[in-house]
Design a protein around this ligand. Structure first.
Ligand code: HEM
Ligand code: HEM
Length: 334
């Protein structure tokens, strides 16, 4: 059972980590599907605590080199799971400017070097018997049980009318919908708000060797509108009325290229399939007013049904080329 417990923890940590990122990638149905597996793997890790506590107690007594690093690792796993549950139940969704979701993901990321070290330093041999019928059955019932705990938790959150019952299928909480002034200002990671002079700013659209530039005034002449929900990986969502111009209207006629890249003044960029151009809005306005600097002035991308980190702010360049739309990191590194 000891080896099995450690192996199961290894698999569950990997499963929780992967399904968390899959949920972050989507703002549509796959996000929920992934989060159900995600939550179940988190609860399965908790369920293994009694067995792991025996293993850990023995390890600590043996004082093997680096035993303290295992404790730091334990602290990070506990912090991540606790923040995840606080977020999902809504009991505490943040302290000051830091959201529980940020602590949740931050602690999980910080745990990565420790888990790598832990499984190398406390290596256990994998044997054929680990894939025996009995082991697999045990794994199956653990996950199924954890899934039931997740289901019971969802019911309890609703019966107790905890704030968690109001969250969206992505797990995000509503903030200031249709009140433009209440839309929080956030960025994926490091982008600072740049000061841009609209008189000298240009939107450059590049197709192969040809290039066209649009002034802010020219873009203001359009009044395409969309009501879209910005679903932030930080844990909130907000539905707003956006205005501007459909990106497809800025492109020259029919294009045979595969994708388009939207780049910010900050260097941040995202790539989309060319067939998405008709669904992407180059927004100049939010709630009937010009954008403010924090929300991307002079223009930002509005990408309905995609997570907030696709909504590039302070757009300066759109490049159409032959690269496939998946030719990018799934999550930006800046
Ligand atoms: C939730 C994840 C985990 C936590 C919180 C955790 C925590 C700990 C702690 C606190 C110890 C005792 C201190 C030490 O010996 O370093 C320990 C020992 C150990 N862990 Fe983990 N661990 C986790 C996952 C794993 C995984 C995935 C494996 C292997 C694949 C593993 C294998 C071991 C082994 C073999 C020991 C040594 C036991 C001994 O020397 O008697 N652990 N763990
Ligand atoms: C080993 C690491 C992780 C563990 C053990 C873990 C575990 C958990 C647990 C137990 C919950 C509460 C689920 C519920 O009660 O509904 C949760 C929620 C959540 N986690 Fe993780 N998590 C980990 C890493 C991540 C990562 C890396 C991400 C994203 C990149 C992520 C994204 C989420 C999201 C979006 C929720 C909210 C789900 C909701 O409210 O419905 N998690 N996680």
């Amino acid at each position: 059972m000891r080896r099995w417990t450690n192996l199961a923890l290894f698999a569950l940590l990997g499963l929780a980590f992967t399904t968390g990122w899959v949920a972050f990638f989507y703002a549509t149905a796959p996000s929920r599907a992934s989060l159900i597996v995600h939550a179940a793997s988190g609860y399965a890790i908790i369920a293994l605590t009694p067995w792991k506590a025996v293993i850990a107690a023995r390890g600590i007594q043996r004082r093997r080199p680096g035993w303290w690093a295992s404790l730091v690792f334990t602290g990070l796993v506990i912090a991540s799971i606790a923040a995840g549950i606080l977020h999902s139940t809504g009991l505490l969704t943040g302290v000051g400017a830091i959201s529980a979701m940020e602590v949740h993901v931050g602690a999980a990321l910080a745990a990565i070097p420790f888990v790598i070290w832990h499984v190398i330093a406390r290596r256990i041999p994998v044997r054929a018997v680990d894939l025996s019928r009995r082991s697999l059955l045990r794994a199956g019932s653990l996950l199924a049980g954890a899934g039931l705990v997740y289901g019971a938790g969802e019911v309890a959150v609703r019966l107790l009318r905890l704030p968690g019952s109001l969250r969206r299928f992505t797990g995000s909480y509503e903030v200031g919908s249709l009140e433009a002034a209440s839309l929080p200002v956030t960025s994926w990671m490091f982008d600072a708000v740049p000061a841009i002079d609209p008189a000298t700013w240009r939107l450059t659209v590049r197709v192969g060797a040809t290039m066209k530039q649009w002034t802010y005034e020219e873009l203001l002449a359009y009044d395409d509108r969309v009501r879209a929900t910005l679903d932030c990986t930080g844990g909130f969502y907000s539905t707003q009325d956006w205005s501007g111009v459909w990106l497809s209207r800025l492109l020259p006629g029919r294009l045979s290229q595969a994708s388009l890249q939207v780049r910010s003044l900050t260097g941040y960029d995202r790539r989309f399939a060319i067939s998405d151009a008709g669904r992407l809005l180059i927004a100049t306005g939010l709630g009937g007013m010009p954008l403010d600097p924090g929300h991307g002035f002079p223009v930002r991308l509005v990408a309905p049904d995609l997570r907030g980190y696709w909504w590039v702010k302070w757009v300066t360049t759109i490049t159409i080329d032959e690269l496939p739309s998946w030719w990018q990191l799934p999550f930006p590194m800046q």
